[in-house]
Design a protein around this ligand. Structure first.
Ligand code: A3P
Length: 299
């Protein structure tokens, strides 16, 4: 059913990605000012990219202006957001010298497989993690939307078994999460570990945390001018889902932007998973993550 997914350096990915990743590992030179948004697919990448971009560029583009780039670009297509995974299809990486600093990158690559240049530098990595129940449902529904018509629909039970065995793009999810989780404990100034559920609950608090982590704390003046509230509105699920670009455009390998915005809720898994599936995934989580202090809110 999935002949095109391979175990590479301990994680699952597609052949086209292997060349890109290898090239980056060999040639990418990190700069101290680089910012990476790192995620497991379907855990809030689009949202986190939009928030990071809005924080980093708030001086350049007045956040509530009608011309703000987030109103006409999907976050994955924003310049200078560069998708680490899809560049470097050949043996060299593209010329990044013209990208203005700080450079923003997005990646799904597990921490251990980032280039040494990134791991050894002082650049910042913002990671978002989402509870595996919702991430699974989001990824299963997404996979069926983007699959070529020639492939049969992936049924829930089959996809669930694969997910519990770690067989999902850039998975197993537990290794991915633990890689960044452990690094965030060791180097909290370089890796910020966020949770989708926490962000949904109190985004203002987490935006301030992100801005401080990125060495761009909100000033009292910005706070009183409502800059944080404006970023929250600009990047909200409703706002982003309603934009024309996100209803008509495409990203990556010609996937429709609209597939990136489904429900944006915590707990939708309860509409899909049977009690035995919940029990099984809970056991997997306990077995794989129980030894760490990483936990999730699931509703
Ligand atoms: P659901 O499928 O559960 O709705 P990614 O961006 O990593 O592909 O993740 C996609 C998930 O994030 C989808 O979850 C999507 O609806 C949700 N999402 C997209 N934009 C969002 C936003 N602005 N706020 C909250 N969630 C968002």
């Amino acid at each position: 059913r999935t002949p095109y997914i391979y175990l590479f350096q301990g994680f699952w990915c597609q052949p086209a990605e292997i060349q890109a990743i290898t090239t980056f590992q060999k040639h990418f030179q990190a700069k101290e000012s680089d910012v990476f948004v790192a995620t497991v697919p379907k855990s809030g990448t689009t949202w986190l990219k939009a928030l990071t971009y809005a924080i980093m560029n708030r001086q350049n583009h007045f956040i509530s202006s009608k011309n703000h780039p987030l109103l006409s670009f999907n976050p994955h297509d924003l310049v200078p957001f560069i998708e680490y995974t899809v560049y470097g299809k050949h043996d060299t990486i593209p010329d990044l010298s013209k990208i203005h600093e700080p450079r923003l990158f997005g990646t799904h690559i597990p921490f251990d497989s980032l280039s040494n240049s990134i791991k050894g530098s002082n650049c910042k990595i913002v990671y978002i993690c989402r509870n595996p129940f919702d991430t699974f449902i989001s990824s299963w529904t997404f996979a069926n939307k983007i699959k070529p018509p020639s492939l049969p629909t992936l049924n829930l039970e089959e996809a669930f078994e694969m997910y519990c065995n770690g067989l999902v793009g850039f998975g197993p999810f537990w290794n991915h999460m633990l890689g960044y989780w452990n690094e965030s404990k060791e180097r909290p100034k370089n890796v910020l570990f966020l949770k989708y559920e926490d962000m949904k609950e109190d985004l203002k608090f987490h935006l301030k945390k992100m801005a401080e982590f990125l060495d761009r704390p909100f000033t009292l003046e910005e706070e009183s001018e409502g800059v944080i509230e404006n970023i929250i509105k600009l990047c909200s699920f409703e706002k982003m889902k309603g934009l024309e670009i996100n209803n008509t455009g495409t990203f990556g390998r010609n996937f429709e932007n609209k597939f990136l915005f489904r429900k944006g809720e915590v707990g939708d898994w309860s509409n899909y998973l049977s009690p035995s599936m919940v029990e099984k995934l809970s056991k997997v989580i306990e077995e794989k993550l129980g030894g760490s202090d990483l936990n999730f809110r699931v509703k």
